[in-house]
Design a protein around this ligand. Structure first.
Ligand code: COA
Length: 296
């Protein structure tokens, strides 16, 4: 789909993306690049990074790949420093690296719980912490009046409760909290905007293949708001937040899910409600329930 944004809205900007070699992270890398940014993508798998970098470059986007794991502080620092070495500045950090799998809480080992917290929550903070000195106003390549920005990819799992996702729900709740705290502290002190995006189910991603495999999906398709979004939807939200279009947005997590998290399976068809509700109302006025008989 065509982007509604001007092609040069990120001209001269440099972005570093964790998990930027595939799925949502790759699409954001691509769209930031198509709108003028140079991009550094960090990930654990060299062959995935190599292929993503060569595709980005084939579209004329200046890109590098950096092998590393967000759980490792040294890798985080190296990713930030490599970005600076290559492009001379850092304006946008996108934390898209995440871990996930479906498992009932009783079958989840504490180590498995910790693994996802380490990737999603601690990894996000580690990257933010390593990038601060370049993102803040007056950082390399910036003047002393404006800073960069951070986007943390979150989820909606923890807004209610989600089956078999206790580890990721806890991890993403922490991510949202990190987003708000850094928006407050670093927004005030360093003019850095920190926001999040909470995607719904997005087609053609590892998340979708792990969390909504066809065997499970066929059982939930009838839920009224359940439909897949596209990676493009998330990338457009990232462009809005990363560009001046979002210059007054700080500390928010933008839900991009078609309203999916609000949905519960409909238990009555609409026309049945329209017929029955009036009848029930009339009946309750004629004979209120729970009122002592002597008062009627
Ligand atoms: N059910 C239950 N436990 C599981 C599991 C599953 N499906 N998959 C992994 N685990 C457990 C492991 O058994 C281990 O716990 P243990 O030491 O108590 O046995 C723990 O999780 C860590 O697994 P390990 O394979 O050592 O970790 P890893 O660092 O190699 O991989 C994951 C991390 C598990 C999160 C892996 O799925 C991953 O790398 N994911 C990244 C991609 C991704 O999930 N993207 C989707 C984003 S929505």
């Amino acid at each position: 789909m065509e982007s509604p944004f001007r092609a040069d809205i990120l001209k001269g900007k440099v972005a570093l993306l964790t998990g930027g070699g595939s799925g949502i992270g790759y699409e954001i890398s691509y769209q930031l690049g198509k709108h003028g940014a140079s991009v550094a993508i960090m990930g654990r798998r060299k062959h995935v990074l190599d292929s993503a970098v060569s595709t980005l470059r084939s579209h004329g986007i200046p890109a590098i790949g950096i092998e590393g794991d967000v759980r490792n502080r040294d890798d985080a620092v190296r990713a930030v420093e490599s970005t600076i070495q290559q492009f001379g500045r850092l304006d946008i950090l996108v934390n898209a690296a995440a871990g996930n799998f479906l498992v009932p809480a009783e079958d989840l080992s504490p180590n498995a719980f910790r693994t996802v917290i380490d990737i999603d929550s601690v990894g996000t903070f580690t990257m933010c912490h390593a990038a601060l000195k370049y993102l803040k106003k007056g950082g390399q390549g910036k003047d002393s009046s404006s800073g960069g920005m951070i986007i943390n990819i979150s989820a909606t799992l923890h807004y209610t409760a989600s089956w078999y996702q206790i580890h990721v729900s806890a991890a993403k709740a922490a991510v949202d909290s990190i987003t708000r705290s850094l928006a407050l502290e670093w927004g005030t002190d360093y003019d850095i905007r920190v926001n999040g995006i909470a995607p719904g189910p997005i087609a053609d991603t590892t998340g979708a293949s792990k969390l909504a495999p066809e065997e499970i999906l066929s059982k939930v398709k009838e839920a009224p708001l359940f439909k897949f979004g596209e990676k493009w939807d998330i990338a457009m939200a990232a462009l809005y937040l990363a560009s001046d279009a979002g210059k007054y947005v700080n500390g928010t997590t933008l839900v991009v899910d078609g309203g999916e998290w609000l949905s519960k399976p409909r238990n009555l068809p609409k026309d049945a409600v329209q017929q029955l509700s009036r009848i029930a109302e009339r009946r309750s006025r004629e004979a209120p329930v729970g009122v002592p008989k002597s008062k009627l």
